[in-house]
Design a protein around this ligand. Structure first.
Ligand code: ADP
Ligand code: ZN
Length: 761
């Protein structure tokens, strides 16, 4: 036994540093393998060397010496005999802490499954097995003598168990596979010849049966030339490299993934596929599962903690070949990882917006680098940062510019709403041209899809007589009218009130509504086209995965219908019978003060338009605007420029304005129920940093209240910094962390850093 000093990150403690502990090492312990292992340590925040409550920690390093005498260091007790999640995950988490400037212990908390945070064992669940008892030989002899052991299947089972004895217990499932059922097993147990035991004996992993395993279960379509080039290029790379698979909607990106995955699996390596939250329906999952003879495992937020942990263990122990999961699946241990795919890489659900505010793309690329394997970012509308990196040659871009399988691209029509007559439909974003087109398509038995990113019936309610506006009591936000639920609902905190009939201020019954949402559009369509079913898809009609699946299945059954939906619709779903797509109220995205809103609008138009004419029917997309001269709308629709061309215009604008991807941003924010406290703390931090040389290298906004300052009774303040290099940003944020640690966050105030923020608050 020997004594070492280890640095320990305290799981879920808001502390940026690690602490030193003493660790007794046994002979068989390998310090290299113990980095990342869990330990239990005594800890109290203020008296570090005195005994405190026990805390879960992660060993982050072995040290030669400590500032504290070894003898007076507290002792850490090992939970694991080696790191339970592997070196690559360990390093990815360490990187996340450094890059996102988030306390190291809380990074581990965010990345580890509940069971590991609770100190549970990281081992495959035990499998029920059967084995012969010690007394078996004598018992068998005596039963045989008495003529009480003659059933052929019982004899066969004894024979099987005897044969298998050297390998330990035999899994019950394997016994049943050999045609022996429960009554026979129970008969031997009753006789005292056999007994059930729990063991961790599983079947062989798929990769151990590679010689005889046919990887492909059902083959897909023959690839077109573009797809084949993409598959060959990616498959030829066996080390770290980032690819951008830029393929228009319906160009067969998923087919490219499936073919590349097959090539990786054939080498006995496993694959991680990350997809946006909403896109992970059983359909997507099935598409992967149907293709391969190796276990495909899914991981997403609808699973229970227990199910998530089972998936985690299955991947860790090499039982799964492909893991298809959302954002946080990226922290799943996968030995022998051969490829990472991040589909719909522009999707904002890859960014975590609270706690550890990471972008799955940043960490997935880091992990691919650590595992020395390729990573593919796929999208029809890549984000500008990604395109810029491809332009610089940091990523290799592969293009799919044609639709696969003979489907043609839809025709576009730009409608100048200022020239349309005022009509009933116009009140909910449907001009006469679009109204007529909906009629024509539904008469032909086709489907129509209308997109509007605002749910509810009307946006505002106010009193005609006294002007009272109905705002949320907890947020600086107007409440939305929901007629079906007969409620006013705050879309920030979900606060609900009964829909008032009279004004509580002046008692009059003249209440006015303005602005329209999906519910009102649905009502208009019902009245206007009474014979056609309307499917509304938004958070009010789709509460979970099953609801969405049911709706999608109804639509896919091909019945004539009009689909009205929010952004839930814009993602990945394939509706082959949709021939007309209309976007209502695109103008909102053109005049936002958020510098990313033009990029988001261009992505939205392209993605929504991509839902039309996916099969062999010719599709049409109608875009209506009161500002048809706007360069983005005009460029995309009237001039039929590609998303890539428009993206490059936007990138040039960003360069002139010194915005990302040419600069690097972060937001530093505080919030509290006590407005003053939140405001003062951020001011104090900024006063301190502004005295340091690091402040000279960055541009910082003043301390500002968020656009919506009060949310759920908390007041939010922020500063956005813009830097010319990652180094400058890191140096500055390191200093911010130091200042915050020295000042200590006041009680009831929360502090956060968001690196590469996506939404300007
Ligand atoms: P994306 O992921 O780019 O949206 P998919 O891979 O889902 O595209 O392909 C769109 C449709 O085209 C799917 O129905 C798919 O089966 C079909 N498809 C893809 N590649 C081919 C091909 N080479 N030949 C025929 N059909 C194809
Ligand atoms: Zn609210």
């Amino acid at each position: 036994m020997s004594v070492s000093i280890v640095s320990v990150a305290l799981v879920n403690r808001p502390i940026f540093t690690t602490y030193d502990y003493r660790l007794n090492l046994k002979k068989h312990h390998d310090p290299e393998k113990l980095i990342g292992s869990r330990v239990l340590v005594p800890f109290s925040q203020h008296q570090i060397t005195k005994k405190g409550a026990t805390s879960l920690g992660i060993i982050t390093a072995f040290k030669d010496h400590s500032f504290t005498q070894v003898a007076s260091l507290n002792e850490a007790t090992l939970i694991d005999e080696e790191c339970p999640f592997g070196e690559d995950i360990f390093k990815t988490i360490m990187f996340a802490s450094e890059y996102c400037h988030y306390p190291i212990g809380q990074c581990f908390f965010a990345a580890l499954p509940l069971a590991l945070r609770e100190g549970k064992e990281c081992a495959l669940p035990k499998i029920e097995g059967l084995t012969l008892t010690e007394k078996a030989p004598t018992l068998i002899a005596s039963y045989k003598e008495k003529g009480k052991l003659r059933a052929p299947l019982q004899l066969k089972l004894i024979e099987i168990l005897t044969e298998n004895k050297a390998q330990g217990a035999m899994p019950i499932s394997a016994i049943k596979d050999r045609g022996i059922g429960t009554p026979i097993i129970n008969a031997l147990i009753e006789k005292g010849i056999a007994k059930k035991v729990k063991s961790d004996l599983g079947e062989l992993n798929w990769s151990e049966k590679l010689d005889t395993l046919e990887i492909i279960k059902t083959s897909g379509p023959i690839l077109n030339a573009e797809q084949q080039i993409a598959v060959d290029t990616i498959s030829s790379i066996l080390e770290f490299k980032t690819f951008l698979l830029n393929g228009i909607t319906g160009s067969g990106k998923t087919e490219v993934y499936l073919n590349v995955i097959a090539n990786i699996l054939k080498k006995g390596k496993a694959v991680l596929v990350l997809i946006p939250e909403i896109a992970l329906t059983p359909q997507t999952f099935e598409r992967f599962q149907k293709r391969f003879n190796v276990p495909v495992i899914s991981m997403h937020s609808a699973l229970s903690d227990k199910e998530r942990f089972e998936a985690y263990l299955a991947m860790k122990f090499g039982k799964g070949g492909v893991l298809v999961g959302t954002r946080s699946a990226l922290f799943t241990p996968i030995p022998n990882l051969g490829l990472i795919i991040l589909d719909e890489e522009h999707d904002s659900s890859f960014k975590q917006t609270d706690n550890l505010r990471y972008h799955a793309r940043t960490l997935a690329i880091k992990r691919a680098q650590l595992c020395n394997c390729p990573i593919v970012l796929g999208s029809a509308t890549p984000c500008l940062e990604t395109i810029h990196n491809a332009d610089l040659g940091i990523y290799e871009r592969l293009d799919l510019i044609n639709r696969a399988g003979g489907a043609s691209l839809p025709n576009f029509e730009l409608i100048n709403l200022t020239l349309e007559p005022m009509s009933h439909g116009m009140n909910c974003g449907i001009g006469t041209t679009l109204e007529n087109a909906i009629g024509e398509e539904t008469v032909k038995g086709n489907q129509v899809l209308l997109f509007l990113n605002r749910r509810g019936y009307s946006r505002h309610l106010f009193c005609h007589r006294c002007g009272k506006i109905f705002t949320c009591p907890h947020c600086d936000n107007v409440m939305t009218v929901h007629r079906q639920e007969n409620a006013l609902i705050c879309h920030i905190c979900d606060h609900r009130e009964n829909l008032p009939r009279i004004c509580p201020e002046c008692n009059c019954n003249e209440l006015l509504e303005t602005g329209f949402g999906t519910e009102q559009v649905e009502e208009f369509l019902h009245n206007r086209y009474p014979d056609v079913t309307v499917e509304r898809i938004d958070r009010d009609t789709v509460k979970n995965r099953e609801d969405l699946e049911a709706k999608i299945n109804r639509i896919r059954s091909g019945k004539t219908c009009i689909i009205v939906g929010t952004q839930m619709l814009a993602k990945g779903h394939d509706f082959p019978d949709v021939t007309l797509v209309g976007i209502l109220d695109i103008d909102a995205g053109l005049f936002s003060d958020d510098f990313r809103s033009l990029e988001f609008t261009a992505q939205l138009i392209t993605q929504v338009a991509g839902r039309a004419g996916r099969a062999l029917k010719q599709g049409k997309v109608i875009i209506q605007s009161h500002h048809p001269e706007n360069f983005l709308i005009y460029g995309l629709i009237e001039e039929r420029r590609s998303y890539m061309e428009i993206a490059h215009l936007l990138i040039n604008m960003r360069e002139q304005l010194h915005l990302p991807p040419f600069t690097y941003q972060a937001s530093i924010s505080t919030n509290s129920e006590d407005r003053e406290k939140a405001h003062l703390f951020l001011l104090e931090i900024m006063t301190k940093i502004n005295q340091l040389p690091e402040a000279l290298t960055v541009e910082a906004t003043p301390v500002l209240p968020d656009k919506i300052e009060k949310r759920q009774n908390r007041h939010y303040f922020h500063v956005v910094i813009t830097c010319h290099s990652l180094q400058d940003r890191k140096a500055y944020l390191d200093k911010i962390v130091l200042i915050v640690t020295q000042l200590q966050i006041p009680p009831k105030v929360r502090f956060a850093i968001d690196v590469d923020p996506l939404i300007m608050t």
